[in-house]
Write a protein that binds this ligand. Structure first.
Ligand code: NAD
Length: 471
């Protein structure tokens, strides 16, 4: 088995590969690459049985070139300093790739969340926020967390509530975290955003005949076979939107095993089955695979790792049969596997681009919190009236009468969810075309990951140069 290269080193390997295609001086590249701040905290929590446990937690702010910094918080036993620094760096590049004006950050608490009661998890989360606040590592203009592996709306609600208690005088306090429930200042569409972004990204990637041809694939998502590893927030939503667009989900993996059905799995039915039984395994009509890693090696057009990092490695890369690897998770492919797969002509859509839907919609949520108004509230009714008036003028001019249903559909003014999804769709399309353009300019030696890093480096370098720090 190959020795595991530290995750942050792998991110930096990709950075260095891309930096060779830029003209920036070494000291500027070093400044971009380095992690600006890392805070390792330990604190005690009282368990329900009265015992005391010491918790290890981290927050890394990789780049302060734009503020606030932004990045998720994960609860996992695998969390460590190297991991949060690597994930924070990926956030910096991700934000630059999709033109979201944040530096990158990431946080994590080293726990197995399944081993704690809800009240213990609440105490751990609130104490974590308190520790961050004490060191000025959280705030609407400082560092804004979001959900990640093992966390969701509930944890974000505890975070915002704790922060508001600590800073009652701050008008913008709700913007201290994103991914909140709507009632706590969240935005419609955030829950689905990362998976929806994966879908928009893949749809764009598959729309170019000249890129699909060498893979032996036709244009579009219709009929493409898809395997998804991880049926959590990102994996479930990616699978759902892809299935709705005509793709066929043939395999799913979870931590306890996988399921396979070459003729297709009904994603909603699998979700219902898991809700009933606690597992996706033994789903009716599908073959159960005891080892989740086997699912990665199933025959398919598109493989979507949407669970953990380091899943596709030098050890299993030669057994991967997918033609496209769509990195919904952060860091699922090691640098070694990336190079082996690239040699075989497998197309890898990089994480820093493909899973950027979450941070994009988090940006919209942050803007909503700072403006203290629901997106679409001011203009929606006015737009609806204008559209309807226009339709009536057209009716009079053409003599054609539209039905009530047509008037309602065509006259519809955008609500918050429409605006969020439209902004997300636009972001994923524009960013992919920029990456593709860079790849075309640089030629064969550059894959999509390197092209996306080149774009990120150029964007960040520009902002440092505008500050006048570097020539
Ligand atoms: P999640 O906790 O909701 O889901 C992860 C799922 O993976 C869980 O259901 C878990 O049981 C499963 N899993 C764990 N080990 C597995 C294994 N060995 N094989 C198969 N499945 C396994 O987390 P999430 O928010 O969906 O995040 C998934 C990935 O996407 C992470 O890499 C995260 O950093 C990345 N990501 C998430 C967001 C977001 O908005 N949530 C944004 C960008 C990137």
């Amino acid at each position: 088995m190959a020795t595991a290269i530290p995750f942050f080193e792998q991110v930096n390997y990709n950075f260095d590969k891309a930096a060779r295609f830029t003209q920036h001086p070494l000291d500027l590249l070093t400044q971009i690459k380095i992690c600006n701040s890392i805070y390792h905290m330990t604190f005690p929590i009282k368990k329900d049985d009265g015992s005391i446990e010491t918790i290890h937690a981290w927050r890394a702010e990789h780049s302060h070139h734009r503020l606030p910094t932004k990045g998720g918080i994960r609860y996992s036993t695998l969390v460590n300093e190297d991991e949060v620094m690597a994930l924070a760096a990926l956030m910096t590049y991700k934000c630059a790739i999709v033109d979201v004006p944040f530096g990158g950050a990431k946080g994590g608490i080293q726990i197995d969340r399944k081993k704690y009661s809800d009240s213990e998890l609440e105490r751990i989360t609130r104490r974590y926020v308190y520790e961050l606040a004490r060191k000025n590592f959280i705030g609407p203009g400082i560092d804004v967390p979001a959900p990640d592996l093992g966390t969701g709306e509930r944890e974000m609600a505890w975070i915002v509530d704790t922060y508001i208690q600590l800073t009652p005088e701050k008008l913008d306090a709700r913007a201290c975290v994103t991914g909140k429930p709507i009632s706590q200042g969240g935005v419609c569409g955030r829950r689905e955003a990362t998976g929806r972004g994966v879908y928009f990204g893949l749809r764009e990637v598959c729309s170019f005949a000249e890129d699909m041809k060498p893979l032996g694939l036709s244009v579009g998502l219709e009929g493409k076979s898809v395997v998804v590893q991880g049926f959590g927030n990102v994996g479930y939503h990616a699978a759902k939107f892809l299935q709705e667009s005509g793709a066929v989900v043939v395999g799913l993996a979870e931590h306890d095993g996988g399921i396979h059905a070459p003729e297709g799995l009904d994603v909603e039915a699998v979700l219902a089955h898991r809700n009933d039984t606690g597992s996706i395994l033994n789903f009716s009509g599908a073959t159960t695979l005891q080892n989740p890693a086997e699912v990665l090696e199933l025959e398919c057009d598109i493989l979507i790792p949407a669970a953990l990092e380091n899943q596709i490695t030098g050890d299993n890369a030669h057994r991967i049969k997918a033609k496209i690897i769509a990195e919904a998770a952060n860091g699922p492919t090691t640098a070694e596997a990336n190079d082996l797969l690239a040699k075989r002509g497998v197309m890898i859509i990089p994480d820093a681009y493909l899973n950027a839907g979450g941070v994009t919609v988090s940006y919209f949520e942050w803007l909503k919190n700072l403006s203290h108004v629901r997106l679409g509230r001011v203009g929606r009714r006015f737009e609806e009236t204008t559209h309807t008036n226009l339709l009536h003028v057209i009716e009079q001019a053409t003599g054609k009468k539209l039905s009530e249903e047509e008037i309602t559909k065509l006259g519809h003014g955008p609500d918050e969810e429409d605006l969020v999804n439209s902004g997300l769709e636009d972001t994923m399309i524009v960013a992919y075309n920029e990456i593709r353009e860079t790849q075309k300019q640089c030629g064969e030696a550059v894959d999509l990951r390197t092209a996306s890093f080149i774009n990120a480096i150029n964007e960040i370098a520009q902002s440092y140069m505008e500050l006048g720090i570097f020539p």
